[in-house]
Design a protein around this ligand. Structure first.
Ligand code: DGY
Length: 420
């Protein structure tokens, strides 16, 4: 499908602004998003390495002094998005949101460097990038895990990237919506509201954001006072793998990796504490309400991506992953389709997301090659059938959300370039 490969490249270039790329070319996401940009950089690396590095550099230009890399950078403040730069009212050099997103960047950078030779100039650029990513990871360790448990917290559902996942239903339930909230959503005017989060969820997102803002996003204070504080298994799996990949990059560039290596050891041990042997499943933890969260989300399988050193658990995970979707369906639905919270069309409550399939595929590659190939084939098929949409029905493959979605195009390029 050479045609589609060219189309994927054109999609990325079509969404490209000055030094960064929008998640899509419509009005839904008119800014630079953290993990979108990382996936986008991987796509560029197949035809323009400088664009790939530039994408990452621009994202890191918005890094806060304390090390945090925001989930959104508002390079262009003239847009219709809510919450916009004034609603967040923060940023360092670039207007930004006051929260972060899954730190997939070092894993993406390692993929890019594994596949490309870099010249002297690019070497220097990459070295600077790696130092900034190290600072970002150290920020997580220091401020999102003050007790050094090896597991970091997210303080807003948006930090997970899977915004309205049913995983957050229980921690969000007790949040009292702020009185006299006055804001206008734009997203559900651009995309069918049936495919987007509910208003009641948005009211709570804004309430949580306002509380963080009230405390000036002070990382120590908000850890204690945020209305939402969850240790999510998917997020921590991504962070564990990101730390492993960062440690490897620090070695390659002869930089000190002590803090990162020590943290990897604690995470390796304590991630397993989120495993329920009886139920044969991982769970997340609501720290604010001291409760376990059991939701059959595809993100629980990101543990495979983390490459934990435990064959028994890996095998059980793969066995259950194969049952996540029944034969007739396209996979992977973001939530197991027989679960009460499953919704076919609504954003992160059921649809298939290409980046989730990609994370699972990468996690399976060195554990079950045959199944990894099957996942890759299915993912590629969905895109070849329907195009670079944001998400898809696991029942009919019907596309939802934005079209010309950058990470769908990017990850298609990566999957087509992967041998296994
Ligand atoms: C959105 O606007 O839907 C984003 O996912 C929030 O980061």
């Amino acid at each position: 499908m050479k045609n589609l490969i060219n189309k994927a490249k054109k999609t990325l270039l079509g969404n490209r602004k000055k030094g960064y790329t929008l998640p899509t070319n419509n009005k839904l996401y008119p800014a630079q998003w953290n993990w979108d940009s990382a996936f986008i950089a991987l796509g560029y690396s197949y035809f323009n390495l400088n664009y790939a590095l530039k994408e990452i550099q621009t994202l890191l230009d918005g890094q806060w002094k304390d090390g945090m890399v925001p989930h959104i950078l508002f390079h262009d403040t003239n847009n219709n998005y809510y919450p916009n730069h004034t609603a967040w009212n923060c940023g360092n050099k670039i207007h930004s949101s006051g929260i972060t997103q899954p730190p997939i960047l070092s894993s993406i950078l390692k993929e890019i460097l594994d596949n490309n030779k870099i010249n002297k100039n690019q070497f220097l650029t990459v070295k600077k990038i790696i130092k900034k990513i190290k600072k970002y990871h150290e920020w997580f360790i220091k401020f999102r895990d003050p007790k050094n448990s090896g597991l970091v917290s997210i303080l807003h559902p948006w930090e997970s990237g899977y915004d309205n996942s049913p995983i957050w239903d229980s921690p969000m339930k007790k949040i009292v919506i702020e009185k006299n909230l006055n804001y206008k959503r734009a997203d559900n005017k651009v995309v069918n509201p049936e495919y987007r989060p509910l208003n009641v969820d948005y009211d709570k997102y804004v309430t949580i954001k306002n509380k963080l803002k009230k405390h000036n996003y002070n990382p120590k204070t908000v850890f204690k006072l945020s209305l939402f504080n969850v240790v999510d298994v998917g997020f921590n799996s991504i962070f564990l793998k990101a730390n492993k990949d960062l440690a490897n990059l620090l070695d390659q560039f002869k930089l000190d990796k002590t803090v990162i290596s020590n943290y990897i050891k604690i995470t390796e041990k304590n991630l397993l504490k989120l495993y329920d042997k009886k139920k044969e499943t991982f769970f997340s933890k609501d720290l604010r309400h001291n409760r376990r969260i059991y939701v059959p989300s595809i993100s629980n399988y990101f543990v495979l991506f983390a490459d934990i050193n435990n064959n028994i658990i890996n095998k059980k995970l793969i066995k259950n992953l194969k049952k996540h979707n029944t034969k007739s369906e396209y996979f992977f639905s973001s939530i197991k389709s027989n679960h009460k919270s499953f919704e076919e069309k609504r954003y992160w409550r059921g649809p298939i997301w290409i980046n989730c399939n990609w994370l699972i595929y990468k996690g399976l590659k060195n554990k079950d090659e045959v199944y990894a190939n099957k996942v890759k084939k299915m993912t590629v098929q969905i895109i070849e059938k329907k195009g670079f949409y944001e998400y898809f029905s696991s029942r009919s493959c019907k596309p939802f959300g934005a079209k010309n979605f950058s990470w769908s195009a990017s990850l298609y390029l990566d999957l087509k370039n992967n041998k296994c």
